[in-house]
Design a protein around this ligand. Sequence first.
Ligand code: F6P
Length: 551
Amino acid sequence: MSRFKFELRNTPQWQNLEKSYKEVRKISLRDLFKDENRFNKFSIREDNLGLTFDYSKNIINSDVFRLLMEFVKAAGVNERARRMFSGEKINWTEKRAVLHTALRNRSGKPVYVDGKNVTTQIDAVLKKMEKFSDDLRSEKWRGATGKKITDIVNIGIGGSDLGPKMACEALKYYAHGLSVYFVSNIDGADICEVLKKLNRETTLFIIASKTFTTIETITNALTAREWITGRLGKDAVAKHFVALSTNAGKVKEFGIREDNMFEFWDFVGGRYSLWSAIGLPIVCYIGFDKFVEFLEGAYYVDLHFLNTPYEKNIPVIMAALGFWYNNFFGASTHAVLPYSQYLCRFPAYLQQGDMESNGKTIDFEGNKVDYETGPVIWGEPGTNGQHSFYQLIHQGTKFIPCDFIGFIKPLEEVGDHHEKLMANYFAQSEALAFGLTEDEVIKNLEKTGVSPADIELLSPHKTFEGNRPTNSILIDKLTPRTLGALVALYEHKIFTQGIMWRVNSFDQWGVELGKALANVILPELKGEKTCDKHDSSTRSLIEIFKSGRKE
Ligand code: F6P
């Protein structure tokens, strides 16, 4: 099939960046910081969020920054963002609108999809979530035997798990009353270990699945249903199960009543769904008012993204810098390092958000790209990461741009923990940027009386090249509002990069093949079918597994 081929690498915007890269890669951050005004030039303060975004420790000068902004402009990010916010079907391979932004639209302005104002439906579901969580928290909603519900188990996977799990962990300081658990893995160990801790009479299951066909979720849900009905009887399902889904038919088939279903719609992508009914565990955990604050934080960033010139637009700049390293410096990964234990699930959440969105090779016209697209996203909370993988970031051969996320006020003020934590936050990005030259190392060793022979031995090992780029996001306090803002910043970064790479960030066909093959293999493992089409490796492994199961 002959398709029009858009040669992104031949555009003047790409070519200009390519030329600049050859110059800029020779410059060090030590040199760039001779400009005392550099922080002021390359940082943004959002007073309304209490958020500072410092991108001065990146390998850019004013010319590169201008060229990056020209690239974003030529890509048409703003125009495409407006099309997304207004409900156009920009997810063209699934013929769907992309409206997670409508879920947190606090303006009261309508948003139309196929001529229908979706904000009316969204508001109705939000009200239903509010009532349900109030009933649960005020003990009006009780289990089948009349006992109050004390524990909620969310059963879901991917977007129906990672978002609410990350947010409940992040906002646990604000929680009161109910405990929340998450089960996602089809490995029976996941659900069994959770059920061991729980009492049937006081447990409520939230079955979260956009499609309500995902094998992991349905398998876990059936196990949970059996666990409840085995002791409490079939009628107990009505008091111990609710569903979050777009698929009313399948929910009913499972045995969950329609009034116990919280609806969302196909214009909400799984990995963008924590603002929808999928956020129900968050609502139950921290209360509806706090959930609204979470939505408000994201809405604030939506307006920032839509209305701020690119040069002051935080998600656009995050995207442009990631693109700079990914496509010119050959960085294939990007680390997200929150200096907050509460954000321990944030990197895992972003892995789906970013990698399922931009892990693509086919461009707008359906051609294979001849440049790199989405990076591998990874990370752990500081300071744990420092004692594990930071060695490689500082002195390894890989080039890894990092985001450091920290807070000024801790939620738990204990002794000097926070100062110690944040001293590390500041120290790490400083060390990564400026390193330690061999001369400095030698001087330090001489001062401490190390012998010349040992100085010769040690100095190359103790040298840090520096010039490792970082962004620092420093926020006054972790609240539902600032968490909502932080998530939305990354969402719009991902969106912007998708446009820059000219890929559809909203489909996920890449997860389908493995699912289909698992469905072929399952009856073989159960001994119901045989198949001679596997390669010798897969066939042999299956045989070893089957004979091991017989023993
Ligand atoms: O397999 C990937 C995926 O489709 C994700 O995009 C989604 O978040 C996840 O599965 C779960 O899907 P569902 O909510 O339909 O169970």
